[in-house]
Design a protein around this ligand. Sequence first.
Ligand code: ZN
Length: 220
Amino acid sequence: MRSDNQALLLDCGSGVLSRLQRHIGLEELDAVVLSHYHWDHIADIGCLQYAVRVQMDLGSRRKPLAVYGHAASTRFADLSYLDYCQGYPVDEARPLQLGELRLTFSRNVHPDPCFSIRLERTGSTLVYISDTGWCDALVNTARGADLLLCEASLYDEYRGRIPGHLTAGEAGAIAARAGVRRLVLTHLPHFGRHHLLVEQARSRFEGPVELAGPGKCWQL
Ligand SMILES: [Zn+2]
């Protein structure tokens, strides 16, 4: 996510490091914010840390990379890397101000601690609902967002089969109840026909629904 004075990366799963550099130089990246420490959200963190090290050693990057994540895991210690990356703890009790962006965290329903993230600046709000089972609190987290980026790991017919994840229909229901302007589905299943996810979300939400994908950009 880019604002006027901040460039943030939300989660850092497999393949993100190479994709990211099609849009932004790593020397421009201010911070990484992690929802949790499952591999599909952190697989490229170590590679990113090495890349930052090379850039700082060669002088093309001057400041350490800030990496934010919860401290309820021994993995928090791995967010820091020598003088190149510095880990900072987050939790639901403390909003985080990064430049003009105000981030608040809310706890998800997931086997390991995991947080959704609400990012607000004057005039616009992005909400990222990361891995979670259904809970009514998600509606408050997403309330009135201009864009809701919501995980949709499951087709509706698999509802309840994989604990700690939402179906596309549930993502649509959150969007509708929260009154968001548009819904983007992410964390898509590795099987099936993804257009069905859009249809299932649209059955619950009348606003625009799209799939996240490589290279896609949204303006807020
Ligand atoms: Zn995940």
